[in-house]
Design a protein around this ligand. Structure first.
Ligand SMILES: C[S@@+](CC[C@H](N)C(=O)[O-])C[C@H]1O[C@@H](n2cnc3c(N)ncnc32)[C@H](O)[C@@H]1O
Length: 163
């Protein structure tokens, strides 16, 4: 049976950001939650689970598509405190974590039109995700990047500025 991610509780899943999203929004200085084996770079520097990206210093503009599950929002809290970068997560907008780490702290949220298709570590594109996704900006500069990408039609969806 093909592996898919129906929930956000499967920590073993290695689902990678579609590279066109990284191209539209990069370059990034650091991906603190990167696969050990990866078909492309997400940022100039990467931390993997072998380093434990949460235990490392974060520098520069961060790309964060964090591990799924309960720990997701610890990573978001770290990015909010860091204050530079973008996160890609499921748009489960009603959850406690989304309220505490995104609605209360983010500068902007971009809601994708349609569902994304994430990639396997081989680079192969997987099936359609079973939840909607959004991008979260934690600085005015990162909010501007979302605005530009939308204006240039590199991303399709709706941008909401929060502060
Ligand atoms: C949803 S995937 C996203 C991968 C990549 N950031 C991207 O945007 O394509 C989350 C990644 O976090 C990695 N990961 C899990 N625990 C980690 C940890 N403690 N430190 C660093 N990376 C970790 C996983 O191995 C997985 O590759």
């Amino acid at each position: 049976m093909a592996r898919s991610f129906n929930t956000n509780t499967d920590n073993s899943a290695e689902w990678l950001t579609p590279p066109e999203i990284l191209r539209a929004l990069g370059p990034f200085d650091l991906d603190p939650a990167a696969p050990v084996v990866r078909p492309w770079d997400m940022a100039a520097r990467h931390y993997t689970k072998l380093d434990d990206g949460m235990a490392q210093p974060w520098e520069g503009r961060v790309w964060l598509n964090p591990p799924y599950g309960r720990e997701t929002f610890h990573w978001l809290a770290r990015l909010a405190a860091h204050g530079s970068g973008l996160a890609l997560i499921f748009a489960r907008t009603e959850t406690q974590g989304f309220h505490e780490q995104i609605w209360a702290k983010a500068h902007a949220i971009f809601f994708f039109r349609g569902r994304l298709r994430f990639h396997r570590v081989s680079g192969e594109r997987g099936g359609t995700a079973n939840a909607p996704s959004c991008l979260v900006a934690y600085s005015p500069e990162d909010s501007s990047r979302l605005y530009r990408a939308q204006k240039e039609r590199a991303l399709t969806g709706a941008l909401i500025n929060l502060r």
